[in-house]
Design a protein around this ligand. Sequence first.
Ligand SMILES: NC(=O)c1ccc[n+]([C@@H]2O[C@H](COP(=O)([O-])OP(=O)(O)OC[C@H]3O[C@@H](n4cnc5c(N)ncnc54)[C@H](O)[C@@H]3O)[C@@H](O)[C@H]2O)c1
Length: 430
Amino acid sequence: MISSVIGLGKLGLPFALFLASKNQKVICYDSNKKILSEISQLKSPYVEPYTANYLKKYNKNIHISEDLGYLIKKSQISHLVLPTPSLKNNSFSNAYILKCLDEIALILLKKKNKKHIINITSTVMPGSCNIFTKFLVSKGLNKDKDFLITYNPHFIAQGTTIQNLKYPDFVLIGSDNANGKKLISYYNKIYKKKIKLSYLNTVEAEIAKISVNSYITTKITFSNFISEICQNTKNVDGNKVLKTIGGDHRIGNEYLGIGTKYSGPCFPRDNKALNYFIKGKSKYSLPNYIDKINNEQTHRLIKMIVKIVRFKKTLKIGIFGLTYKDNTSIIKDSQSYDLIINLRKKFSKKINVYDRNIKPSNDFLSKYKLLYNENMNLFVKYSDLLILMYPNKEIVKEVIKSKNKLVIDCWNLIDPKKTKSKIIKLGNYY
Ligand SMILES: NC(=O)c1ccc[n+]([C@@H]2O[C@H](COP(=O)([O-])OP(=O)(O)OC[C@H]3O[C@@H](n4cnc5c(N)ncnc54)[C@H](O)[C@@H]3O)[C@@H](O)[C@H]2O)c1
Protein backbone atom coordinates (compact mmCIF):
# COMPACT_ATOMS: atom_id res chain seq x y z
CA MET A 1 0.00 0.00 0.00
CA ILE A 2 1.49 3.37 -1.03
CA SER A 3 1.00 5.91 1.75
CA SER A 4 0.87 9.65 1.72
CA VAL A 5 1.35 12.13 4.54
CA ILE A 6 -0.49 15.46 4.42
CA GLY A 7 0.98 18.03 6.82
CA LEU A 8 4.71 17.84 7.43
CA GLY A 9 4.83 19.57 10.81
CA LYS A 10 6.43 18.55 14.07
CA LEU A 11 4.61 15.22 14.01
CA GLY A 12 3.94 14.73 10.27
CA LEU A 13 7.52 14.92 9.06
CA PRO A 14 8.96 12.51 11.68
CA PHE A 15 6.05 10.15 10.97
CA ALA A 16 6.71 10.22 7.20
CA LEU A 17 10.40 9.58 7.87
CA PHE A 18 9.58 6.74 10.20
CA LEU A 19 7.44 5.11 7.47
CA ALA A 20 10.26 5.65 4.96
CA SER A 21 12.70 3.98 7.36
CA LYS A 22 10.39 0.93 7.30
CA ASN A 23 10.76 0.66 3.53
CA GLN A 24 7.41 2.29 2.80
CA LYS A 25 7.11 4.54 -0.23
CA VAL A 26 5.67 7.79 1.07
CA ILE A 27 4.34 10.74 -0.89
CA CYS A 28 4.52 13.90 1.19
CA TYR A 29 2.60 17.15 0.92
CA ASP A 30 2.32 20.36 2.92
CA SER A 31 0.52 23.57 1.98
CA ASN A 32 3.55 25.53 3.23
CA LYS A 33 5.96 25.70 0.26
CA LYS A 34 8.87 26.80 2.48
CA ILE A 35 8.64 23.55 4.44
CA LEU A 36 8.51 21.54 1.19
CA SER A 37 11.55 23.37 -0.17
CA GLU A 38 13.59 22.78 3.00
CA ILE A 39 12.70 19.09 3.06
CA SER A 40 13.53 18.78 -0.67
CA GLN A 41 16.98 20.15 0.18
CA LEU A 42 17.18 17.46 2.89
CA LYS A 43 17.09 20.04 5.65
CA SER A 44 14.89 19.43 8.68
CA PRO A 45 12.78 22.47 9.64
CA TYR A 46 12.68 21.17 13.24
CA VAL A 47 15.25 20.58 16.02
CA GLU A 48 13.65 17.16 16.61
CA PRO A 49 16.43 14.56 17.04
CA TYR A 50 16.97 12.05 14.18
CA THR A 51 14.85 13.97 11.61
CA ALA A 52 17.87 15.46 9.82
CA ASN A 53 19.68 12.09 9.77
CA TYR A 54 16.58 10.17 8.67
CA LEU A 55 16.02 12.68 5.85
CA LYS A 56 19.51 11.98 4.54
CA LYS A 57 19.28 8.23 5.07
CA TYR A 58 15.77 7.42 3.84
CA ASN A 59 14.96 10.15 1.31
CA LYS A 60 14.93 7.53 -1.46
CA ASN A 61 11.55 6.39 -0.11
CA ILE A 62 10.17 9.94 0.17
CA HIS A 63 8.52 11.71 -2.73
CA ILE A 64 7.71 15.39 -2.14
CA SER A 65 4.76 16.66 -4.14
CA GLU A 66 3.21 20.10 -4.42
CA ASP A 67 0.14 18.55 -6.05
CA LEU A 68 -2.50 17.14 -3.70
CA GLY A 69 -4.26 15.56 -6.71
CA TYR A 70 -1.17 13.52 -7.61
CA LEU A 71 -0.85 12.38 -4.02
CA ILE A 72 -4.48 11.21 -3.77
CA LYS A 73 -4.25 9.43 -7.13
CA LYS A 74 -1.01 7.61 -6.38
CA SER A 75 -1.60 6.53 -2.78
CA GLN A 76 -4.22 4.28 -1.21
CA ILE A 77 -3.99 5.73 2.28
CA SER A 78 -3.46 9.35 3.31
CA HIS A 79 -2.40 10.20 6.84
CA LEU A 80 -3.71 13.64 7.74
CA VAL A 81 -1.38 15.27 10.26
CA LEU A 82 -2.88 18.74 10.26
CA PRO A 83 -3.17 21.33 13.03
CA THR A 84 -6.20 21.12 15.33
CA PRO A 85 -5.65 24.25 17.43
CA SER A 86 -7.43 24.66 20.75
CA LEU A 87 -10.39 27.02 20.68
CA LYS A 88 -11.26 29.45 23.49
CA ASN A 89 -13.55 26.83 25.06
CA ASN A 90 -10.59 24.33 25.01
CA SER A 91 -12.13 22.01 22.41
CA PHE A 92 -10.09 21.47 19.21
CA SER A 93 -10.83 23.13 15.91
CA ASN A 94 -11.49 20.88 12.90
CA ALA A 95 -11.14 23.78 10.46
CA TYR A 96 -7.80 22.70 8.90
CA ILE A 97 -8.99 19.12 8.46
CA LEU A 98 -12.33 20.16 6.92
CA LYS A 99 -10.56 22.53 4.51
CA CYS A 100 -8.26 19.72 3.41
CA LEU A 101 -11.16 17.22 3.14
CA ASP A 102 -12.92 19.72 0.93
CA GLU A 103 -9.94 19.64 -1.46
CA ILE A 104 -9.67 15.84 -1.25
CA ALA A 105 -13.41 15.46 -2.00
CA LEU A 106 -13.06 17.45 -5.24
CA ILE A 107 -10.16 15.22 -6.29
CA LEU A 108 -11.90 11.96 -5.33
CA LEU A 109 -15.11 12.92 -7.14
CA LYS A 110 -13.12 13.07 -10.39
CA LYS A 111 -11.22 9.85 -9.71
CA LYS A 112 -12.43 6.62 -11.34
CA ASN A 113 -11.27 4.09 -8.82
CA LYS A 114 -11.78 5.89 -5.53
CA LYS A 115 -11.54 3.70 -2.36
CA HIS A 116 -9.26 5.97 -0.40
CA ILE A 117 -8.47 5.54 3.31
CA ILE A 118 -8.31 8.93 4.99
CA ASN A 119 -6.48 8.28 8.20
CA ILE A 120 -6.82 11.08 10.73
CA THR A 121 -3.58 11.29 12.71
CA SER A 122 -4.21 14.74 14.22
CA THR A 123 -5.62 14.81 17.74
CA VAL A 124 -9.35 15.51 17.41
CA MET A 125 -12.34 15.89 19.74
CA PRO A 126 -14.49 12.77 20.28
CA GLY A 127 -17.13 12.63 17.56
CA SER A 128 -14.97 14.39 14.94
CA CYS A 129 -14.49 11.39 12.63
CA ASN A 130 -18.28 11.10 12.34
CA ILE A 131 -18.37 14.78 11.38
CA PHE A 132 -15.69 14.18 8.70
CA THR A 133 -17.62 11.24 7.25
CA LYS A 134 -20.85 13.27 7.08
CA PHE A 135 -18.93 16.15 5.50
CA LEU A 136 -17.56 13.96 2.69
CA VAL A 137 -20.99 12.39 2.12
CA SER A 138 -22.44 15.92 1.81
CA LYS A 139 -19.92 16.50 -0.99
CA GLY A 140 -21.36 13.58 -2.98
CA LEU A 141 -19.01 10.77 -1.97
CA ASN A 142 -20.20 7.32 -0.87
CA LYS A 143 -19.27 6.37 2.67
CA ASP A 144 -17.20 3.15 2.95
CA LYS A 145 -17.25 2.75 -0.85
CA ASP A 146 -15.36 5.82 -2.08
CA PHE A 147 -13.61 6.62 1.16
CA LEU A 148 -13.14 5.43 4.71
CA ILE A 149 -12.29 7.68 7.64
CA THR A 150 -10.09 6.04 10.27
CA TYR A 151 -8.54 7.51 13.39
CA ASN A 152 -4.96 6.69 14.23
CA PRO A 153 -3.24 9.12 16.61
CA HIS A 154 0.29 8.50 17.84
CA PHE A 155 1.52 8.71 21.40
CA ILE A 156 4.69 10.69 21.01
CA ALA A 157 6.52 13.46 22.85
CA GLN A 158 8.51 16.21 21.22
CA GLY A 159 12.22 15.49 21.44
CA THR A 160 11.67 11.73 21.19
CA THR A 161 9.13 11.55 18.32
CA ILE A 162 10.93 9.08 16.07
CA GLN A 163 11.95 6.88 19.01
CA ASN A 164 8.35 6.84 20.26
CA LEU A 165 7.09 5.90 16.77
CA LYS A 166 9.67 3.13 16.54
CA TYR A 167 8.85 1.64 19.92
CA PRO A 168 5.22 2.42 20.75
CA ASP A 169 3.46 0.75 23.69
CA PHE A 170 0.58 0.10 21.29
CA VAL A 171 -0.87 1.39 18.03
CA LEU A 172 -4.39 2.76 18.30
CA ILE A 173 -6.75 2.35 15.35
CA GLY A 174 -10.29 3.66 15.31
CA SER A 175 -12.68 2.57 12.57
CA ASP A 176 -16.42 2.22 12.13
CA ASN A 177 -16.16 -0.20 9.23
CA ALA A 178 -14.49 -3.62 8.92
CA ASN A 179 -12.30 -2.22 6.14
CA GLY A 180 -10.45 -0.31 8.85
CA LYS A 181 -8.82 -3.68 9.61
CA LYS A 182 -6.62 -3.01 6.59
CA LEU A 183 -4.71 -0.72 8.92
CA ILE A 184 -3.98 -3.72 11.15
CA SER A 185 -2.15 -5.50 8.34
CA TYR A 186 -0.53 -2.20 7.33
CA TYR A 187 1.01 -1.79 10.80
CA ASN A 188 1.73 -5.49 11.22
CA LYS A 189 3.90 -5.21 8.12
CA ILE A 190 5.64 -2.09 9.40
CA TYR A 191 6.32 -3.48 12.87
CA LYS A 192 6.78 -7.07 11.70
CA LYS A 193 3.91 -8.12 13.98
CA LYS A 194 5.89 -7.20 17.10
CA ILE A 195 3.40 -4.65 18.22
CA LYS A 196 0.22 -4.48 20.28
CA LEU A 197 -2.70 -3.08 18.29
CA SER A 198 -5.81 -1.62 19.81
CA TYR A 199 -8.79 -1.67 17.44
CA LEU A 200 -11.77 0.43 18.55
CA ASN A 201 -14.57 2.39 16.94
CA THR A 202 -13.67 5.99 16.11
CA VAL A 203 -15.36 7.64 19.12
CA GLU A 204 -13.76 5.16 21.52
CA ALA A 205 -10.36 5.82 19.96
CA GLU A 206 -10.91 9.59 20.10
CA ILE A 207 -11.74 9.38 23.82
CA ALA A 208 -8.80 7.04 24.49
CA LYS A 209 -6.28 9.41 22.84
CA ILE A 210 -6.99 12.47 24.99
CA SER A 211 -7.54 10.31 28.09
CA VAL A 212 -4.01 8.86 27.91
CA ASN A 213 -2.52 12.34 28.14
CA SER A 214 -5.02 13.36 30.78
CA TYR A 215 -4.01 10.34 32.88
CA ILE A 216 -0.33 11.31 32.61
CA THR A 217 -1.12 14.87 33.70
CA THR A 218 -2.98 13.35 36.66
CA LYS A 219 0.08 11.32 37.64
CA ILE A 220 2.42 14.30 37.29
CA THR A 221 0.02 16.42 39.33
CA PHE A 222 -0.18 13.76 42.03
CA SER A 223 3.65 13.88 42.21
CA ASN A 224 3.62 17.65 42.50
CA PHE A 225 0.93 17.45 45.15
CA ILE A 226 2.99 15.01 47.27
CA SER A 227 6.14 17.02 46.54
CA GLU A 228 4.48 20.18 47.90
CA ILE A 229 3.26 18.40 51.04
CA CYS A 230 6.80 17.08 51.66
CA GLN A 231 8.32 20.49 51.06
CA ASN A 232 6.14 21.85 53.84
CA THR A 233 6.93 19.04 56.29
CA LYS A 234 10.09 19.22 58.40
CA ASN A 235 12.83 16.66 57.75
CA VAL A 236 11.15 15.18 54.68
CA ASP A 237 12.63 14.47 51.23
CA GLY A 238 9.83 14.33 48.65
CA ASN A 239 11.97 12.43 46.20
CA LYS A 240 12.42 9.51 48.60
CA VAL A 241 8.69 9.45 49.30
CA LEU A 242 7.73 9.44 45.61
CA LYS A 243 10.34 6.81 44.73
CA THR A 244 8.88 4.56 47.40
CA ILE A 245 5.30 5.09 46.19
CA GLY A 246 6.34 4.28 42.61
CA GLY A 247 7.92 1.03 43.80
CA ASP A 248 4.44 -0.44 43.99
CA HIS A 249 4.00 -2.24 40.65
CA ARG A 250 0.43 -0.96 40.35
CA ILE A 251 1.78 2.60 40.35
CA GLY A 252 5.28 2.57 38.79
CA ASN A 253 7.94 5.28 38.84
CA GLU A 254 7.39 6.79 35.39
CA TYR A 255 6.14 10.36 35.61
CA LEU A 256 6.20 10.01 39.39
CA GLY A 257 9.00 12.22 40.63
CA ILE A 258 10.03 15.71 41.60
CA GLY A 259 9.50 18.21 38.79
CA THR A 260 7.96 21.41 37.58
CA LYS A 261 4.42 21.80 36.27
CA TYR A 262 3.57 19.91 33.06
CA SER A 263 3.47 22.04 29.95
CA GLY A 264 4.11 21.82 26.20
CA PRO A 265 1.82 21.46 23.19
CA CYS A 266 -0.07 18.27 24.19
CA PHE A 267 -0.52 17.53 27.91
CA PRO A 268 -2.30 20.73 29.01
CA ARG A 269 -4.50 20.98 25.95
CA ASP A 270 -5.56 17.31 25.85
CA ASN A 271 -6.44 17.47 29.55
CA LYS A 272 -8.48 20.63 29.01
CA ALA A 273 -10.20 19.09 25.98
CA LEU A 274 -11.26 16.11 28.10
CA ASN A 275 -12.67 18.57 30.63
CA TYR A 276 -14.69 20.14 27.80
CA PHE A 277 -15.89 16.78 26.49
CA ILE A 278 -17.17 15.45 29.84
CA LYS A 279 -19.58 18.36 30.40
CA GLY A 280 -23.03 16.91 31.03
CA LYS A 281 -21.54 13.39 31.28
CA SER A 282 -19.96 13.49 34.72
CA LYS A 283 -20.80 15.48 37.86
CA TYR A 284 -17.19 16.15 38.90
CA SER A 285 -14.34 17.00 36.61
CA LEU A 286 -11.00 15.44 37.51
CA PRO A 287 -9.20 17.16 34.57
CA ASN A 288 -10.40 20.54 35.86
CA TYR A 289 -8.79 19.99 39.30
CA ILE A 290 -5.63 18.69 37.67
CA ASP A 291 -5.39 21.85 35.59
CA LYS A 292 -5.90 24.07 38.66
CA ILE A 293 -3.25 22.26 40.74
CA ASN A 294 -0.85 22.40 37.79
CA ASN A 295 -1.24 26.15 37.50
CA GLU A 296 -0.28 26.49 41.17
CA GLN A 297 3.16 24.94 40.59
CA THR A 298 4.74 28.15 39.31
CA HIS A 299 3.54 30.04 42.41
CA ARG A 300 5.13 27.33 44.54
CA LEU A 301 8.45 27.95 42.84
CA ILE A 302 8.07 31.73 43.07
CA LYS A 303 7.48 31.42 46.84
CA MET A 304 10.84 29.62 47.16
CA ILE A 305 12.62 32.24 45.06
CA VAL A 306 11.07 35.10 47.07
CA LYS A 307 12.16 33.43 50.32
CA ILE A 308 15.75 33.16 49.05
CA VAL A 309 15.96 36.61 47.47
CA ARG A 310 14.39 38.33 50.51
CA PHE A 311 17.66 37.92 52.41
CA LYS A 312 19.94 38.67 49.46
CA LYS A 313 18.36 41.37 47.38
CA THR A 314 21.36 41.73 45.05
CA LEU A 315 21.16 38.12 43.84
CA LYS A 316 21.15 37.75 40.07
CA ILE A 317 18.58 35.17 38.99
CA GLY A 318 19.50 32.76 36.17
CA ILE A 319 16.89 30.56 34.51
CA PHE A 320 18.52 27.43 33.15
CA GLY A 321 16.35 26.18 30.24
CA LEU A 322 13.51 28.00 28.48
CA THR A 323 11.79 25.40 26.31
CA TYR A 324 9.28 23.02 27.90
CA LYS A 325 11.77 20.16 27.60
CA ASP A 326 15.18 19.46 26.16
CA ASN A 327 15.56 18.89 22.40
CA THR A 328 12.57 21.04 21.49
CA SER A 329 12.19 24.66 20.41
CA ILE A 330 8.84 25.44 22.05
CA ILE A 331 9.02 28.23 24.65
CA LYS A 332 5.41 29.39 24.55
CA ASP A 333 3.58 28.27 27.71
CA SER A 334 6.58 26.29 28.95
CA GLN A 335 7.22 26.10 32.71
CA SER A 336 9.98 28.71 32.26
CA TYR A 337 7.72 31.02 30.27
CA ASP A 338 5.17 30.89 33.08
CA LEU A 339 7.90 31.45 35.67
CA ILE A 340 9.26 34.47 33.79
CA ILE A 341 5.84 36.12 33.44
CA ASN A 342 5.13 35.67 37.15
CA LEU A 343 8.63 36.64 38.30
CA ARG A 344 8.28 39.85 36.33
CA LYS A 345 5.35 40.81 38.55
CA LYS A 346 7.65 40.56 41.61
CA PHE A 347 11.11 41.57 40.39
CA SER A 348 12.10 44.49 38.23
CA LYS A 349 15.76 43.49 37.80
CA LYS A 350 17.08 41.84 34.63
CA ILE A 351 16.92 38.04 34.71
CA ASN A 352 19.60 35.89 33.05
CA VAL A 353 18.38 33.10 30.79
CA TYR A 354 20.04 30.26 28.94
CA ASP A 355 18.74 27.53 26.66
CA ARG A 356 20.77 24.92 24.82
CA ASN A 357 18.15 24.31 22.10
CA ILE A 358 17.26 27.76 20.81
CA LYS A 359 18.18 31.42 20.93
CA PRO A 360 15.06 33.31 22.03
CA SER A 361 13.84 36.20 19.86
CA ASN A 362 14.91 39.75 20.72
CA ASP A 363 11.24 40.68 21.16
CA PHE A 364 10.83 38.01 23.82
CA LEU A 365 14.05 39.07 25.58
CA SER A 366 13.20 42.77 25.63
CA LYS A 367 9.52 42.24 26.54
CA TYR A 368 10.49 40.41 29.74
CA LYS A 369 13.79 42.22 30.39
CA LEU A 370 15.90 39.08 29.99
CA LEU A 371 19.63 38.79 29.41
CA TYR A 372 20.44 35.84 27.17
CA ASN A 373 23.91 34.34 27.21
CA GLU A 374 24.80 31.90 24.46
CA ASN A 375 27.67 30.57 26.51
CA MET A 376 26.53 28.27 29.32
CA ASN A 377 29.75 28.90 31.22
CA LEU A 378 29.32 32.67 31.23
CA PHE A 379 25.61 32.36 32.01
CA VAL A 380 26.52 30.45 35.19
CA LYS A 381 29.31 32.92 36.00
CA TYR A 382 26.95 35.93 35.84
CA SER A 383 24.12 34.32 37.83
CA ASP A 384 23.97 33.87 41.63
CA LEU A 385 20.74 31.89 41.89
CA LEU A 386 20.36 29.20 39.23
CA ILE A 387 16.96 27.59 38.61
CA LEU A 388 17.11 24.27 36.73
CA MET A 389 13.95 24.07 34.63
CA TYR A 390 14.37 20.81 32.67
CA PRO A 391 16.62 17.76 32.97
CA ASN A 392 19.77 17.76 30.86
CA LYS A 393 23.18 16.13 31.47
CA GLU A 394 25.26 19.09 30.21
CA ILE A 395 23.44 21.45 32.54
CA VAL A 396 24.03 19.07 35.46
CA LYS A 397 27.78 18.91 34.66
CA GLU A 398 27.99 22.72 34.54
CA VAL A 399 26.23 23.10 37.89
CA ILE A 400 28.44 20.47 39.52
CA LYS A 401 31.52 22.43 38.38
CA SER A 402 30.17 25.70 39.82
CA LYS A 403 31.14 27.20 43.15
CA ASN A 404 29.27 29.33 45.69
CA LYS A 405 26.05 29.47 43.69
CA LEU A 406 22.58 28.91 45.02
CA VAL A 407 20.76 26.36 42.90
CA ILE A 408 17.07 25.47 42.89
CA ASP A 409 17.02 21.93 41.52
CA CYS A 410 13.47 21.42 40.25
CA TRP A 411 14.09 17.88 38.98
CA ASN A 412 16.24 16.26 41.68
CA LEU A 413 19.22 16.17 39.31
CA ILE A 414 22.19 17.17 41.45
CA ASP A 415 23.91 15.27 44.23
CA PRO A 416 24.65 18.09 46.73
CA LYS A 417 27.83 16.28 47.84
CA LYS A 418 29.35 16.59 44.35
CA THR A 419 29.37 20.40 44.11
CA LYS A 420 30.62 23.45 45.98
CA SER A 421 27.36 25.24 45.27
CA LYS A 422 24.37 25.08 47.60
CA ILE A 423 21.60 22.88 46.21
CA ILE A 424 18.01 23.55 47.25
CA LYS A 425 15.69 20.82 46.04
CA LEU A 426 12.08 21.23 45.11
CA GLY A 427 10.12 18.80 47.28
CA ASN A 428 12.54 19.00 50.24
CA TYR A 429 11.66 20.89 53.38
CA TYR A 430 12.78 24.46 52.86
N1 LIG B 1 3.68 17.84 17.83
C1 LIG B 1 3.36 16.96 18.77
O1 LIG B 1 4.11 16.72 19.72
C2 LIG B 1 2.07 16.19 18.67
C3 LIG B 1 1.89 15.04 19.48
C4 LIG B 1 0.71 14.31 19.40
C5 LIG B 1 -0.28 14.77 18.55
N2 LIG B 1 -0.09 15.88 17.79
C6 LIG B 1 -1.20 16.32 16.92
O2 LIG B 1 -0.80 16.26 15.58
C7 LIG B 1 -1.43 17.30 14.85
C8 LIG B 1 -0.35 18.09 14.12
O3 LIG B 1 0.51 18.65 15.09
P1 LIG B 1 1.93 19.26 14.69
O4 LIG B 1 2.60 19.59 15.98
O5 LIG B 1 2.64 18.39 13.73
O6 LIG B 1 1.45 20.61 13.96
P2 LIG B 1 2.35 21.59 13.09
O7 LIG B 1 1.67 22.91 13.16
O8 LIG B 1 3.78 21.48 13.49
O9 LIG B 1 2.20 21.01 11.60
C9 LIG B 1 1.06 21.03 10.84
C10 LIG B 1 1.44 21.13 9.38
O10 LIG B 1 0.27 21.06 8.59
C11 LIG B 1 0.42 21.95 7.47
N3 LIG B 1 -0.89 22.25 6.90
C12 LIG B 1 -1.87 23.04 7.37
N4 LIG B 1 -2.94 22.99 6.54
C13 LIG B 1 -2.63 22.17 5.53
C14 LIG B 1 -3.33 21.69 4.38
N5 LIG B 1 -4.58 22.08 4.12
N6 LIG B 1 -2.70 20.85 3.56
C15 LIG B 1 -1.44 20.45 3.81
N7 LIG B 1 -0.72 20.85 4.89
C16 LIG B 1 -1.33 21.69 5.74
C17 LIG B 1 1.13 23.15 8.06
O11 LIG B 1 1.79 23.92 7.06
C18 LIG B 1 2.13 22.46 9.02
O12 LIG B 1 3.37 22.19 8.41
C19 LIG B 1 -2.22 18.12 15.85
O13 LIG B 1 -3.54 17.67 15.88
C20 LIG B 1 -1.58 17.78 17.16
O14 LIG B 1 -2.43 17.90 18.27
C21 LIG B 1 1.06 16.59 17.81
